[in-house]
Design a binder for this molecule. Sequence first.
Ligand code: KIV
Length: 271
Amino acid sequence: MSLVRESKKITILNIAEKKRNGEKITMLTAYDALMADILDQTGIDIILVGDSGGMVLGGHDSTLQVTMDEMLFYTRAVRRGVKRSLLIADMPFMSFQLSVDETVRNAGRFLQEAGAEGVKLEGGSQTLPAVRRLVEIGIPVMGHLGLTPQSMHQLGGYQLQGTEESQQRRILDEAIALQEAGAFCLVLEKIPSALARTITDKLSIPTIGIGAGVHCDGQVLVSHDLLGLYDKFKPKFVRKYATLRQTMTHAFKAYIQDVQKGKFPNEDESY
Ligand code: KIV
């Protein structure tokens, strides 16, 4: 894979164009400037500062504990590493549920204080008034349907969504409603591939799948899952492209041994 930084800045218009041209959209998560810089240089289309950062980096056991302050901190760091990719920030639990005004204020902070270029909101019909308002004032919105981890208690866990016909109908209707409200694209998480295909065919905006099969217009994974760094749980939809946890463990152990045996530093590493 070439690590050449392509020069063209990606905007939501390019994302829409990719669907029209039948080109797949690529999205991965980042929570710090180093990872963002590496991703940006690989040519990824969208970098998502997911609230998954609260689990992966922050050590929380769900995304429910993640706050605006944490998300703003991660997003500012990622901004410093990104030149080309579209940068989207995830709105954390309780930052968009209270009122449209509160949602606008919090979404605005991601753009004004942290340099995001859009926000992602989990949920369907309950988010529509806020999505309409955000788009009206010029804040691009990515929707998120299917498994919405911020609702894990209501959903009874992290299981597959859209298994019943009534649920499938509701997810499809909410996808259409989000498109009509002005969302520029839609994450579909952990739903049957056939349902994701139906939604993808019906919508003119792109769908980006995670555990939603190959028919979505694009795919997203949590980078730390893909890299084999986060091992607390491994959903079936994760493909590990590396085993960095193992590599890091070997490196740290080798360092410890070298220090303990007086083998580090050597002459060349000393002044
Ligand atoms: O928080 C996150 O990383 C996400 C993606 C998995 C879509 O919402």
